[in-house]
Design a protein around this ligand. Structure first.
Ligand code: GDP
Ligand code: IMO
Ligand code: MG
Length: 409
């Protein structure tokens, strides 16, 4: 374990929160490295469900250090709300939470711009993209700036110049107050993690979104604005590549996507409704219905490559329990050409016909199964085929949302 990156291998919502929670039992530190509160990571413990947007999913284990890295864009109001939500549910974060001083801060104007300009992409409207735009344009405001009154005044004035929509004093006062409240969590994340690595501490890097939503490797422009792939874990925390031991990809046993953009294996109406209701496929952040489709080996193979996956964890296998037939997409066909590798050209993704393999379902409840050998024969065959097509081993399988509903292979 010492340094393990966990990434989503599809379009997000693969069950990263649940898997991070399980792996956290054997970790000392859990660190988010990109994105912001566009993420919604669900952890179910007993009859309590927790949805984490910013704080790492390891926070539900006592005594683990949870860190918000420099690569995130942080809405301080959302962060304070999340801290209160956890407190109300009996989880204390003080002493277990650190926030990078270099993480960028989301302001109200980012959210307004996002709702206006992000509509075509179907963004979460949380201001993520516009905040990263300011970061890249070098006019962003960082966490550390919130406790430097003069600097914040200067930067915020410059960013609001010419705007009649926003009241400078109101925003300034609110953000000075946020800074005052969050300052106690500030740290130099890179230094903290590198010292921990020298002491052999076990670190989990928690990815948000998924590989196909990555700004470079996803279905651009229908992506998020950060590097959700394994590379982002390095730049988003200040840890070097020689320190990473393992990269785990979380893979749903079928495919889902929220928002706009190409989705070759997307179901038609009947199957869509069946899987959506069985898999409770509604967004953890916005509540939007998720689009659902068959497992697409082409996109996950792409994830194996761009992340250098050492292994995968397959989640939500139980959602396929009542399917008589199950399909895996192994390639795309467009204008007479066969694509076994992910094409960057969206025209191909949007207009291709699909090459499928079809399998018999297992038609048995798997939610109480706790080992590979207990799985129905057809479920084993499905997983084995998946692993073969991807060229990586399966390290764990999940058959329900609860902690105990998972087993290692
Ligand atoms: P994340 O964003 O990758 O952390 O995933 P989300 O939390 O947004 O969505 C995953 C959903 O599936 C959550 O509601 C989880 O509680 C649930 N879930 C996770 N693993 C399983 C599983 O193996 N089976 C079932 N039925 N639900 C699961
Ligand atoms: P987790 O971490 C699924 C999608 C949005 C939209 C696109 C861009 O829970 O897996 P953004 O607000 O990021 O600019 O939106 O990305 N999206 C997600 N979809 N899971 C997520 O996070 C997502 N975060 C963003 O729906 O299509
Ligand atoms: Mg999610």
């Amino acid at each position: 374990m010492p340094c393990t990156i966990v990434v989503g291998a599809q379009w997000g919502d693969e069950g990263k929160g649940k898997i991070i929670d399980i792996l956290s039992a054997d970790a000392d530190i859990i660190v988010r490295y990109q994105g912001g509160n566009n993420a919604g990571h669900t952890v179910v413990i007993g009859d309590k469900e927790f949805i984490l947007h910013l704080i790492p999913s390891g926070i539900l284990h006592k005594g683990k250090m949870c860190i918000i890295g420099n690569g995130l864009v942080v809405d301080p109001e959302a962060l304070l709300k999340e801290i209160s939500m956890l407190r109300e549910k009996g989880i204390e974060v003080d002493g277990n939470l650190l926030v990078s001083e270099s993480a960028h801060v989301i302001f109200p104007y980012h959210k307004v711009i996002d709702k206006r300009r992000g509509a075509q992409i179907g963004t979460t409207g949380r201001g993520i993209g516009p905040c990263y735009v300011d970061k890249m344009a070098r006019c962003g405001i960082r966490m550390a700036d919130l406790v430097n009154k003069e600097l914040l005044r200067k930067k915020l004035k410059a960013n609001l110049e010419g705007s009649r929509e926003f009241d400078f004093d109101e925003i300034y006062d609110a953000y000075i107050d946020y800074g005052r409240k969050i300052q106690k969590y500030f740290t130099n994340v890179s230094l903290f993690l590198n010292k921990a690595i020298l002491k052999n501490k076990r670190i989990l890097f928690e990815g948000a979104q998924g590989t196909l939503l990555d700004i470079d490797h996803g279905t651009y422009p229908y992506v998020t604005s950060s590097s959700s792939t394994a590379g982002g874990a390095l730049t988003g925390t200040g840890v070097g590549p020689t320190k990473i031991d393992k990269v785990i990809g979380v893979v749903k046993a079928y495919t889902t996507r929220v928002g706009e953009g190409p989705f070759p294996t997307e179901f038609k109406k009947d199957l869509m409704e069946k899987i959506r209701s069985k898999g409770k496929e509604f967004g953890a952040t916005t509540g939007r219905p998720r689009r659902c489709g068959w497992f697409d080996a082409v996109i996950v193979r792409h994830a194996v490559n761009v992340n250098g996956l050492s292994e995968i964890v397959v989640t939500k296998l139980d959602v396929l329990d009542e399917m008589e037939k199950i399909k895996i997409c192994t390639g795309y066909k467009y204008k007479g050409k066969i694509y076994n590798d992910f094409p960057a050209d969206l025209v191909v993704l949007e207009n291709c016909t699909l090459i499928y393999e079809e399998y018999k379902g297992w038609m048995r409840d798997t939610t109480a199964i706790r080992s590979f050998k207990e799985l129905p024969k057809n479920a084993k065959a499905y997983l084995e085929r998946m692993s073969k097509l991807l060229g990586v081993k399966i390290g764990m399988v999940s058959v329900g949302s609860k902690r105990k509903q998972a087993f290692r292979i």
